[in-house]
Design a protein around this ligand. Structure first.
Ligand code: HEC
Ligand code: HEC
Length: 348
């Protein structure tokens, strides 16, 4: 809850200040990046931006990272900034870290992805997840970081990262690791140049796979509205039966406006059916403690003045994406199917 608030405030600040930004790298950094990456790049919700890493970044990587962001992983895409502003931020970070841009040959490497896959499973999965998606458990140093990690490993199959990094830069990251992050220098762990090129090939394959996954349209509305073929009372009874039939426990009904306006004005033809399966709820809270605010188990039934009865269910696919937590997205995709089944049964 606290993090969600901080995030919302930050995002508001971001959009409010962007319009006024001056092409001064320091100031632009403070306004646009500091909230997540912290002063002097110590890292917070974002990754640390330290000298050791900056030695291995090309300016092209930084430019594209700032422009594309990391869709679905909190790091925004700064599309509104002018090229000059983006370059000013990079120049500021170069000055801070006392580093010079590295230039990488941008041609592709041709490692063996099958060999890379084996190595990835042995050396990388524990941190980056089998699909390279960063295991969806948070980002950076603070946001829902698991205590076992110093820094939440980033999503390396992410289209933003894939578009920004050249093969040779990825090779360099794997060779030298990321000091103070837990990611070892694999050249020192006995991996050969051939092994490392094979890993690069496999990281690219993971990126292609991630890009194929159907893109979630976050422009969809956050709830579904279905018309019931029955009258209000029958619909309410059907919903309760279907909910219990799907192994949920139903809570006492609540009128939608209850507690919001005085009790005599409450419209009894607008009702929220709340239900839960405590095991499922518990699993969800383990994955995402910030969930307390938007528990998903609710179907609202409304009778409109013209007598039509509407069923409103949350669009969990959209809502779950607000949390940037892939595990939750998976779990709620299954919940979404359960909801669809319930609504089908009710309206049959
Ligand atoms: C709302 C939070 C947020 C803001 C604001 C933000 N970032 Fe990020 N940034 C992140 C996160 C989170 C990641 C890591 C993504 C992941 O975990 O997959 C990241 C990653 C990066 C990376 C890649 C680091 C690496 O080691 O490859 C760079 C570079 C970066 N950000 C620079 C910036 C700059 C410059 C700004 C301001 C213009 C900025 N970020 C603003 C959250 C943020
Ligand atoms: C112990 C955990 C751990 C292991 C094991 C690990 N990594 Fe990482 N990796 C991280 C962390 C944490 C970061 C980000 C650190 C930072 O930027 O400060 C990272 C960063 C990266 C990056 C740069 C991504 C970006 O957004 O800048 C790549 C590429 C990468 N790892 C690939 C690999 C590969 C390939 C392997 C296996 C050979 C591997 N990692 C093993 C934790 C790990």
């Amino acid at each position: 809850m606290r993090h969600t608030n901080i995030l919302i405030v930050m995002l508001l600040l971001l959009s409010a200040t962007q319009a006024l930004a001056l092409p001064d790298g320091h100031e632009l950094y403070i306004r646009n990046c500091n909230a997540c990456h912290q002063f002097q790049g110590a890292g917070g919700i974002g990754l640390p931006l330290t000298t050791k890493k900056f030695r291995d970044y090309s300016d092209d990587y930084l430019f594209k990272t700032i422009r594309h962001g990391r869709p679905g992983r909190v790091m925004p895409a700064f599309m509104e900034m002018s090229d000059a502003q983006v370059r000013a931020i990079i120049a500021f970070l170069r000055q801070q870290t006392k580093t010079r841009a590295r230039i990488y040959d941008t041609s592709q490497l041709n490692g063996n992805p099958a060999h890379g896959k084996q190595l990835f499973q042995t050396h990388c999965v524990a941190c980056h997840g089998s699909d390279g998606g960063g295991r969806g458990e948070g980002t950076g140093v603070t946001l829902s970081r698991k205590r076992a990690f110093l820094i939440m490993p980033p999503a390396i199959s992410n289209p933003g990262f894939q578009a920004a990094a050249s093969d040779r830069m990825i090779r360099q990251v794997i060779r030298v690791g990321r000091p103070q992050s837990g990611m070892p220098a694999f050249a020192e762990q006995g991996l050969s140049d051939q092994d490392i090129d094979a890993l690069v090939a496999y990281v690219r394959e993971l990126g292609k796979r991630a890009a194929k996954r159907p893109e979630m349209s976050l422009n969809e509305p956050p709830s579904h509205v279905t018309e019931s073929p029955y009258d209000f009372e029958t619909t309410v009874t059907n919903v309760k039966q279907a909910v219990v039939g799907a192994n949920f426990r139903a809570f006492p009904d609540r009128f939608l406006e209850q507690g919001l306006i005085d009790e005599f004005s409450v419209n009894p033809r607008q009702i929220g059916i709340r239900f839960c399966n405590f095991n499922k709820l518990y699993d969800m809270l383990k994955i995402e403690p910030r969930l307390g605010v938007v528990l998903p188990c609710r179907i609202t039934i409304l009778e409109r003045p013209d007598g039509k009865v509407l069923l409103v269910t949350p669009n969990l696919k959209v809502v779950s994406h607000w949390f940037n937590n892939d595990q939750l997205v998976e779990l709620w995709e299954r919940m979404e199917e359960t909801f669809t089944d319930i609504i089908d049964e009710v309206t049959l």
